[in-house]
Design a protein around this ligand. Structure first.
Ligand SMILES: Nc1ncnc2c1ncn2[C@@H]1O[C@H](COP(=O)(O)OP(=O)(O)OP(=O)(O)O)[C@@H](O)[C@H]1O
Ligand SMILES: [Mg+2]
Length: 242
C-alpha cells in the first residue's frame, strides 16, 4: 500500500484531541469549516489553528470580514494571552481587515452583494499571492452571503471562493455562524465540516464538538466534550451524553 501520509499530507489543527477525530488532521490545501451558534468557540478554534502554526514556523493569515482585527486581537490576548499584534510585527502573521477603509470593501446596504463577493474573492486571491501563508483563517463568512439572492448564486460564489483558496495551496479554516441559515451552502462546498455546540444537560451547559464530514478521511462517529480554559481549546475523550 502506498504511504498515504506522504501522498496526502495532514496539517495538525493545534487543538489537542481534534486530530485523532479526523485521522491525523486537515488535508493540506483544503477548505475546512467550523460551524456553531454564537459563543460556541468558532473564533477560538480557528485562532488556535493559526497560533499553533505560527509557533511551528508556518506563516499565518487571518481575514476578518465581520469584526475588526483589533477586536479579535484583544479577544485572544485577554482570553489566552496570545499576542497576535506581536506575531504580526515579527512578520509571522498577516491580518487583513476588510473593514479597513483603504480596502474600500466595507459592507453597506447599497452595495451589490454579488459584486461585493467577487471583489472579496479577488482581494483574498491577491493577498494569498502576496503573503503565501501556510494557514488561513477567515472569521465568519456568513454575513457576506445573506444578502445574495437565490441558492444557485450562493453556491457558485461559494465554489469560486473555495476554488481560489484551494488553488493557492493554503490550508484554510473558515468559521460559520448558524443565525442566518447560510451554513449549509458553505459546509456543502467545504472539504470538511466541524460542528460546535453548547447544550444544556441538567443545570449545566456543556460545550461539544463533532465532525460532520471530512472528504477522503475516516472520522470519529461520536460527539465529544470540548473544553476551553486559559490554555485554549481541547477536545476531551468524553462524550457529553450518557
Ligand atoms: N480563558 C478562558 N477560559 C474559558 N472560557 C473562555 C476563555 N476565554 C474565552 N472563553 C470562552 O470561549 C468562548 C469563545 O467563543 P468564541 O468567541 O470562539 O465564539 P464564536 O463561536 O466565535 O462566537 P460568535 O459567533 O459570537 O463570534 C466565549 O464564550 C468565552 O466565554
Ligand atoms: Mg467568533
Amino acid at each position: 500500500m502506498a504511504d498515504q501520509s506522504k501522498m496526502f499530507p495532514r496539517v495538525r489543527s493545534g487543538i489537542p484531541g481534534y486530530d485523532e477525530m479526523v485521522d491525523g488532521g486537515f488535508h493540506k490545501g483544503t477548505v475546512n469549516t467550523i460551524t456553531g451558534a454564537s459563543g460556541t468557540g468558532k473564533t477560538v478554534f480557528a485562532s488556535q489553528f493559526i497560533y499553533y502554526g505560527v509557533k511551528n514556523n508556518e506563516k499565518g493569515m487571518i481575514i476578518t470580514p465581520s469584526e475588526t482585527s483589533d477586536f479579535l486581537k484583544r479577544e485572544m490576548m485577554s482570553s489566552f494571552g496570545w499576542d497576535f499584534s506581536l506575531l504580526e510585527k515579527e512578520g509571522k502573521l498577516v491580518i487583513v481587515d476588510v473593514t479597513d477603509p483603504v480596502l474600500r470593501l466595507q459592507k453597506s446596504i447599497e452595495a451589490d452583494p454579488v459584486e461585493f463577493l467577487i471583489n472579496f474573492r479577488k482581494l483574498v486571491e491577491r493577498k494569498l499571492q502576496e503573503v503565501r501563508p501556510a494557514r488561513l483563517f477567515i472569521d465568519d463568512l456568513t454575513a457576506f452571503f445573506i444578502a445574495v439572492e437565490g441558492p444557485f448564486k450562493v453556491r457558485s460564489l461559494v465554489d469560486d471562493l473555495f476554488g481560489t483558496l484551494r488553488s493557492s495551496g493554503v490550508t484554510s479554516v473558515i468559521t460559520i455562524g448558524t443565525a442566518f441559515g447560510m451554513n449549509q451552502f458553505l459546509e456543502y462546498g467545504a472539504d470538511s465540516a466541524t460542528m460546535l455546540s453548547r447544550d444544556r444537560i441538567g443545570n449545566v451547559l456543556i460545550r461539544s464538538i463533532y465532525i460532520m464530514k471530512m472528504r477522503g478521511s475516516k472520522i470519529a462517529n461520536s460527539i465529544r466534550v470540548l473544553d476551553i480554559s486559559d490554555e485554549g481549546m481541547a477536545v476531551s475523550s468524553l462524550s457529553p451524553y450518557p
